[in-house]
Design a protein. Structure first.
Lengths: 204, 696
């Protein structure tokens, strides 16, 4: 399904509201200014996701994911390249480890970052569809490619016409720009539900 | 479905409540106003706050930190959005005091905190605290160990990387673990290209296959081919070229550690032998060239000696013949003087040639010495007697002083000993104008040593000159400028020193410029146990006894010892033909001359037919048509049994052997002294007569 320019703009807006709130929480957590931006988003069907994932600039293999249920249901994922995930956790946790192995402490920090970001985005969506979304606790997965996490499981869980929303993210922390990717996977028809709710809401 | 559920037995509410107290995690339930509705036993244990105190009170009153912007908005969102929230232990300042560790060393717990909404409308929230203190302590320890490991690893890597020699580490399976910069330079591979691959790719076939076998054998039997030893191997570079390397391998077992576990590695340190090999090759070539040049020099000397000795024979022989002719006393004194000068210079020239020959023998390592019983007193007195005329000619005294009893015989080489003493005494006479030359003779039977000290009152040498002399280098005289005045090749001392060493001793020199020199020769005497020692009076008697014998020996020279003998002289040079036959005829022999080997063989055949066989054949070895070697061999093959004496200008030892191998009975070197020649022939005649007599 194609999205028109207005629909894309509206989605970016919703996600930016969420990421703004997430940045605020992260700043509170670390005691320093953190900026989270979402410069652009793409939407594709699950069957096309493999091709889209191939064209991503980085191999995202560390992901934090939460499932959500309510008027719209699906999974939300925040993904980073391994080294970027490590760097982010290290800066946020103020840890001076010398190698790039994600031990449990760093994994715990990443889980909390994921929880903050994903909760904030999902809360924006919940406000949009005017219904609370019940969210699971964050789950961390390492050394698993982005598309494997999405496709490997979802062949059974989601029909191939499920929609995937991919948003490039950039977390600026302590003068570092850590790029990642935000992914929202909607069950069949749920993206349309969300879009119709979005288009009904008066702009501004 | 609902009906079925109602059938399942339910845990009574009170029991379910008690279950929460048994959990190993802290559990707290609050409502939207943060009023505590549940405070489980684990939390009571951890915080020391009783359930009674906590229930109904406000959580934020107990823990005001939770009201901060860090926590409160997220706690609120649990109620408002029904979302779960997670607080990571390391990003959360611990807020629950650990009552178990009160007092010294008090520390707070690291908690993983999870907030989840409870109930459909999210009216309540459950806080679940998991104590991860121990777990995180372990993580810190591990991180510390890793850091230490990395430091030592980096240090090792830095050493490896900066090492000048290529260093390669392999596993038991032969897979490359490390490959330093020097190895990259040598083989042309990047470390990243070879790490993890098998080391055998760095070797050409068949070394590649052999390496796998070595490794397998060492691992199974401990048999070392290279490990702990080192040896030369062949390497294969990335560009396909082959290089020669020295490889030393050590076997390293890394101790068990948390991170990497126990591991066995082989470390190979290489050095490139290519350059070294090329030097060796150059060196070998240079050595070969030097040896060839030296051989050419020796050949040249040997040939030259032959070429010079042959005419020398004619010069010396004829000058002697002229001096002995009956009418010589009637000749004008100038003519006699001229002939004497020719003879003296010929003798001098011959001495020089002999020195050069000795020198080339020394350099070729072919100088050898005999070990026979000799009479040292006899030899010293002979040399002194022969040198006496020269000393007297310069007005110098030449005396012998026996300082100790002297053994009646010692084991040594008479010719070499005579040569050493003659040379030293000759030198002393040469460099002394006024005074005397004294020979101090001393024996030390205990140390089996005989010393002959030649002391003169000559020009002597200063320290610098002495330095040059004691090096005993060939062609050296102490002062280059004296060479013209005194003459000589500078070979004498070098030869004497080498000969003295050959006789088990050496020469020591002491000298003061202007006062004189002292040359002390020491030689080995062999075991003197039971050998009679002569004191000075006995020595004098001993000499008197020996002297008449000498005189008797000299008597036959004036007679005709070869009277009636039939001799064949095979000699191509007309001068020597005439000279030698003159000497032999004068001694009474009947001489037949043959100009080459073939004629000689024919003459022998003719004589046999005539039943007048030759008593002795004198065979020159270098002749046209058929040379002496060939003629002798031919005669021996035919069964000729008569005496054949080889005459040759070649003076080397191997020439002697060559003559005897061809079938000669004896050997004489040109130029031959006429008396020696007659004695030699006479000796064989006497011997043959005895043999015939015995046989008869």
């Amino acid at each position: 399904m194609g999205l028109n320019e207005n629909e894309l703009d509206a989605l970016v807006e919703i996600i930016n509201i969420g990421s703004g709130r997430a940045a605020h929480s992260l700043s509170e957590m670390t005691g320093s200014r953190i900026v989270l931006s979402v410069p652009n988003i793409r939407v594709c069907s699950l069957s096309n996701f493999h091709d889209v994932a191939k064209n991503l600039r980085q191999e995202f293999s560390t992901t934090v994911q939460q499932t959500f249920q309510g008027n719209v249901s699906g999974r939300a994922l925040l993904a980073f390249a391994d080294t970027k995930a490590f760097e982010l956790a290290r800066i946020v946790g103020g840890i001076s480890a010398t190698d790039s192995e994600l031990d449990e402490e760093l994994q715990g920090i990443l889980e909390e970052i994921g929880n903050i970001v994903l909760n904030a985005i999902l809360r924006s969506l919940a406000n949009l569809v005017d219904c609370p979304l019940s969210c699971s606790l964050p789950q961390l997965s390492t050394n698993n490619s982005f598309s494997k996490i999405i496709l490997g499981k979802d062949e059974q869980a989601h029909p191939s016409n499920s929609m995937v929303l991919i948003a490039d993210t950039s977390i600026q922390v302590a003068d570092r720009d850590i790029s990642g990717s935000l992914l929202l996977l909607f069950e069949t028809g749920d993206l349309e539900v969300m879009l119709s709710a979005l288009m009904e809401t008066p702009a501004g | 479905m609902d009906q079925d559920m109602s059938q399942i037995p339910q845990l009574p509410a009170k029991l379910a409540e008690q279950q929460l107290d048994l959990l190993p995690v802290g559990l707290c339930v609050i409502d939207r106003d943060h009023t505590i509705l549940k405070w489980n036993a684990t939390l009571v244990h951890w915080t020391g706050h009783s359930t009674d105190t906590m229930l109904g009170s406000n959580l934020l009153d107990h823990y005001p930190q939770l009201a901060s912007a860090r926590f409160l908005p997220r706690i609120q969102s649990v109620f408002e959005s029904g979302q779960s929230a997670l607080f990571a232990p390391s990003t959360t300042n611990p807020f629950l005091p650990d009552s178990r560790n009160a007092g010294e060393g008090k520390r707070e717990m690291l908690l993983k905190t999870v907030l989840t909404p409870v109930g459909k409308s999210s009216h309540y929230a459950q806080l679940c605290f998991t104590n991860v203190t121990a777990q995180y302590d372990q993580i810190q320890a591990l991180r510390h160990e890793k850091k230490q490991h990395n430091i030592s690893r980096n240090r090792t890597l830095a050493i490896l990387e900066t090492a000048a020699d290529p260093i390669i580490t392999i596993t038991e399976a032969g897979n490359i673990e490390s490959f330093n910069t020097a190895a990259e330079r040598l083989f042309g591979y990047l470390a990243t290209e070879v790490i993890g691959t098998n080391v055998s790719q760095l070797m050409p076939t068949p070394f590649r296959e052999a390496h796998d076998e070595y490794l397998a054998r060492y691992l199974s039997t401990g048999k070392q081919n290279i490990i702990g030893i080192g040896r030369e191997v062949v390497g294969l570079k990335k560009d396909g070229t082959i290089c020669s390397l020295w490889l030393s391998v050590s076997d390293v077992t890394l101790e068990a550690c948390i991170i990497s576990g126990s591991k066995r590695l082989f470390t190979g340190i290489l050095s490139d032998l290519t350059e070294q090999k090329s030097w060796k090759k150059q060196l070998r070539n240079s050595k070969k060239l030097a040896e060839e040049a030296n051989r050419a020099k020796s050949d040249f000397l040997a040939n030259m000696s032959h070429e010079i000795r042959t005419p020398m024979m004619a010069i010396l022989g004829y000058s002697e013949q002229l001096l002995e002719e009956g009418a010589i006393h009637k000749a004008p004194p100038e003519r006699v003087h001229a002939i004497q000068t020719i003879r003296r210079n010929g003798q001098h020239l011959l001495a020089i040639i002999n020195d050069i020959l000795d020198m080339s023998k020394i350099e070729a390592g072919k100088m050898s010495a005999e070990q026979i019983q000799i009479d040292p007193v006899q030899i010293v007195s002979e040399v002194v007697a022969s040198m006496q005329p020269r000393a007297q000619g310069k007005g110098l005294g030449l005396v012998v002083n026996y300082e100790t009893p002297i053994p009646v015989w010692i084991e040594s080489d008479p010719t070499r000993l005579r040569q050493i003493i003659s040379n030293l005494v000759g030198n002393s006479i040469k460099f002394t104008d006024v005074g005397s030359i004294t020979l101090h003779i001393a024996a030390d039977p205990g140390r089996q040593r005989l010393s002959i000290r030649v002391v003169d009152t000559g020009i002597g040498m200063g320290p610098e000159q002495l330095d040059i002399i004691v090096r005993f280098e060939a062609f050296c005289q102490a002062d280059g400028s004296t060479t013209r005045k005194f003459g000589g090749t500078g070979l004498g001392l070098r030869i004497s020193n080498t000969l003295a060493q050959l006789l088990g001793g050496g020469i020591e020199v002491e000298s003061v410029a202007g006062e004189g020199s002292s040359f002390n020769v020491t030689i080995s005497t062999g075991d003197l146990t039971g050998v009679r020692m002569l004191n000075p009076e006995q020595i004098a008697r001993h000499l008197q006894q020996a002297t008449p014998g000498e005189k008797q020996k000299a008597v036959p020279q004036t007679e005709k010892p070869l009277q009636g003998s039939q001799l064949l002289l095979a000699e191509d040079g007309p001068d020597n033909q005439r000279l030698i036959s003159f000497f032999l005829k004068k001694a009474g022999a009947d001489v037949t001359v043959a100009e080459n080997g073939q004629i000689a063989v024919d003459e022998v055949h003719d004589a046999a037919l005539m039943r007048k066989p030759f008593d002795v054949i004198l065979m020159d070895m270098q002749m046209p048509e058929l040379d002496g070697y060939g003629a002798t061999r031919l005669l021996r093959q035919e069964g000729y049994k008569g005496t054949i004496i080889a005459l040759t200008a070649h003076a080397m030892n191997e020439d002697r052997k060559k003559c005897l191998d061809a079938g000669c009975d004896d050997f004489a070197t040109k130029p031959i002294d006429r008396h020696q020649l007659v004695d030699l022939v006479n000796g064989h005649l006497v011997k043959n007569a005895c043999t015939v007599g015995d046989a008869g």
